[in-house]
Every structure is written in C-alpha cells, then in structure tokens.
Design a protein around this ligand. Structure first.
Ligand code: PLP
Length: 447
C-alpha cells in the first residue's frame, strides 16, 4: 500500500510538468514502482501495459540490463566530463560519430543537450548565429506549424503552437509565425492529398512572402505532429515544405524528438521521405529515457558557416551537462539494441498495432484511426459524419486517462478527445493485442 505521506509530500512539494496544479493536488499522485518490457507496476502492485512508453520515450522498453550495465560502468569510470576547455569523454565522442554515420545526408555534426526542449532552443540560437555569420542578421523570423510541439523553453514554446503553452506566458514572440497544420482528419481537402500539399505550399509561400523572404530564418516541422494529436501528413508533404524552404534559402529544421529512433520504422522519420534537413533535433529514444539527453544535428554546411563566422572566438552556447558521459554511454547501448533487433521488432509490432487499432474504426466513438509504425492515435467523436468532438463532461483528458488506467492501460488522453499510443519497440504481440483490447474496453465504458 502506498503510504499516504508520499501522496501528501507530493501534493505539498513536487511541481508537476504540464498539469493543472490545483487539479493534481485534488487528485493526488499515482506512483509507479517498477517496470519490465512494456509493463509498468504501480504502488499497489498492479501491472499495466504502458502503451505510451512513459512519455513517448522508453523506446527500448524497461528493464534492459545491458543499458543498466553500460550506465553503471560509466558512472564508476568517469561520471562527468565537461566539453568546455577542449575536454571530452570517449562515450560522447563515439556516440556523436555513430549518430552522424546514421543520420540523413550531411548531418554530421552533433551538439548534445539534456532533452528535446533545450535541443530546440539550441537550434534557435544556432539559426540566429548562422545568419549573423552569413552577414544576414535581418533573417530573424521563424515559422512553425499550427498544432506543432517544439518544447517548453522560453524560445521553443513560442514555436510550439498549442494554446496552453502560450497563454499567460506572453507567447508567441513577434518573430514567431505559424502556418496551418495538414491535420488530415479535419482538413476539407483530406480526400485529396495532392490538394492538401498544394494548399500548404501555397500557405508557406504566402507566409514567407508576407514576412519578406530575406527576413525568414528558419522553418520548423515535426515529420509527424505528436503532441498535436499524432497528425500524419500525406506522403510528399514534408518534401514539398523542404523544397519551398530550399527555394527561398530558409533553413529547414526537422524536430524528430518523438519520431526519431525507430518510432515510425526507420531510425529517423526523415528517411521515410528521403529528405535531409539543415538541422535536426532528437531526444527521447536517443537514450530511451534511461538518462536525460537530446541532440541537435547540424549539416556540414551550417556548421562551417558558424565555425568560420566565429573564427577564434567562442560560440557562446553550452550547458554544464552537454554531452554527459553517462547519458552518452546509455545512448550507445540503446543504439546497439535498436540495431540488434529492436527496430525490426518495432516494425513488426507497429504493423500489428496499426492493424489492431484499425479494427476499432467501426466502434461508434471512433472517428479516425491514424499513425505510422509504433506511433498511433484514435480520435473520438460522438457523430462520425459531423466529426463532433466528445461533449465536455466526457472529454476531460484526466477522465479518459483514468478509465484506461482502470482497464490496465497507460495511454495518452489528449484534451481534444484523442488517444495517443507509442508503445516500447520491445513490445510483444500480447502487449500490442492487450493495448487494442483494453482500448475497446475504455471505448465501451465511455459510450
Ligand atoms: N519537440 C518535440 C517534437 C516533442 O515532442 C517534445 C516533447 O514531447 C519536445 C520537442 C521537447 O522535449 P523535452 O520534453 O525532452 O524537453
């Protein structure tokens, strides 16, 4: 039994991320005690299937002994090394090289961060520095996509296009602009992917023209919008956006914090579409949540402009924990596990997940089933033809999350009435079938 004092201590002292503080105090914390594979165990000893890999991050699954060993060995050998003063550590250098070898195109330079938000924030600084070094400091305007998520730092949260991250924070800044999402479910052109692509191209072109092409610094996009509700663009959409950016000399930044590391099938989702961004952010699956780490990939061209621009001067950007050796050792082992079978298993289980969820499409509450690989969503509606969202008394995300929890399933319940799925790549067929069966139970309870 979980001691009440722990719940009280949490209520009194721990500030939780992205939550209603008062709502959380009233509800109290749910403490997880242990985990293995794709299963988590709560404080009462109840086992649940983790259909969301923590926060779309534990791609390798829980209880991977070899990751624990790699971290322990590194902790004993060298728990910390700064990257300042020309210093470094072997795991960080090797991980950077291993990632560069696998990244799309010439994304050969890797800057390590602590997670996704500071990776995005670092790109904002690198973009600004790049244009300054190119002699075009007036290129200081940024464009991102509605319903996109790019983290929660002061800069990145303005590129994020979800109202809760702006209201009360004075965001977005006036240099942060948006174009509409492709959102295929609610897009009037959904029946015609070419029309969706053409409309987005037109909008991005108009946005760039409106700002003035010579003022636009960069365009940010997730290959699949995650926190916006797992919104998958039509094939060719990302490539078309990339082409518009290339045409106008605008830097193209792909945010692969969720989609990276096997989530959609290949190591990086950019590989699905054969595009090479100028910069790419990753986190989550990079270390599978066993230690905090993110990264920014810079193309050779972008890196060289920054390096030559700075010359003998320091590029004033860095964190105490950049390229942390323990996180890097974890990252190297995680990468070995992906390539040692987890990517293959993820692809097989991803197909099973997508097929299983498609079987739920005939449920009266399911308006849309979408996703790719081990990334999926159901959109709940009360009227399929009118695509009417669930009424307010049913919709609160906490209520849907509670129902899933009672059914033995951890999923993401978005406030828009969307269920999100991102199971560990190590999931078994039983895990995946369990996710689908338990989802049906939740849907029946919600009817
Ligand atoms: N970018 C994307 C696409 C994300 O989904 C997230 C987090 O979910 C972030 C950035 C921020 O990453 P973090 O939560 O590690 O700071």
């Amino acid at each position: 039994m979980l001691s009440n004092s722990l719940v009280d201590l949490d209520r009194r002292h721990l500030v939780h991320p992205v939550s209603s503080y008062r709502g959380h105090e009233a509800r109290g914390v749910r403490v997880l005690r242990s985990a293995h594979g794709a299963r988590v165990v709560d404080a009462e000893g109840r086992e649940l299937i983790d259909g969301f890999a923590g926060l779309w991050c534990v791609n390798a699954g829980y209880g991977q002994d070899s990751i624990v060993e790699a971290a322990t060995e590194q902790l004993r050998k060298l728990p910390y090394a700064t990257g300042y003063f020309d210093l470094g550590s072997e795991p960080a250098i090797r991980l950077a090289a291993e990632l560069a070898e696998r990244a799309p195109g010439d994304l050969n330079r890797v800057y390590f961060t602590l997670g996704g938000s500071d990776a995005v924030d670092s790109t904002i600084r690198f973009v600004r520095y790049y244009w300054h070094a190119k002699g075009a400091p007036e290129r200081d305007q940024f464009i991102s996509v509605a319903q996109g998520y790019h983290g929660s730092t002061a800069g990145g949260a303005g590129l994020t296009a979800l109202p809760a991250f702006h209201e009360g924070f004075g965001l977005p800044y006036d240099w942060q602009h948006k174009i509409s999402s492709h959102d295929l479910y609610r897009n009037p052109n959904a029946h015609d992917p070419e029309a969706v692509i053409a409309a987005s191209v037109e909008e991005l072109e108009a946005k760039i023209a409106g700002i003035g092409a010579e003022r636009v610094a960069a365009f940010y996009v997730e290959p699949i919008q995650g926190s916006g509700g797992v919104l998958v663009p039509p094939a060719g959409w990302i490539k078309a956006m990339r082409d518009v950016c290339t045409k106008h000399g605008v830097l193209f930044v792909a945010d692969e914090v969720i989609t990276g590391f096997g989530r959609t099938g290949p190591l990086f989702a950019c590989d699905d579409e054969g595009i090479v961004p100028d910069m790419m952010t990753v986190a989550k699956g990079l270390t599978s949540g066993y230690a905090p780490m993110g990264a920014v990939f810079l193309s050779d061209g972008v890196y060289d402009v920054i390096a030559d621009g700075a010359g003998p001067k320091a590029v004033g950007h860095g964190f105490t924990y950049s390229a942390h050796p323990v996180s890097a050792a974890v990252g190297r082992e995680v990468l070995a596990l992906y390539e040692g079978g987890l990517l293959d298993n993820g692809r097989a289980m991803g197909a099973r997940l997508q097929a299983g969820l498609k079987d739920l499409a005939d449920h009266p509450l399911v308006g849309d089933v979408r996703g790719r690989g081990m990334l999926a969503a159901l959109e709940l509606v009360t009227d399929k033809a009118a695509k009417t969202p669930l009424p307010a008394e049913v919709q609160p995300a906490t209520r849907l999350f509670d129902r899933a929890w009672e059914a033995g399933l951890v999923l993401r319940a978005f406030p828009t009435g969307v269920f999100g799925y991102a199971p560990p790549l190590c999931s078994t067929a039983d895990d995946i079938d369990g996710i689908v069966e338990r989802t049906r139970t939740v849907l029946d309870l919600t009817l």
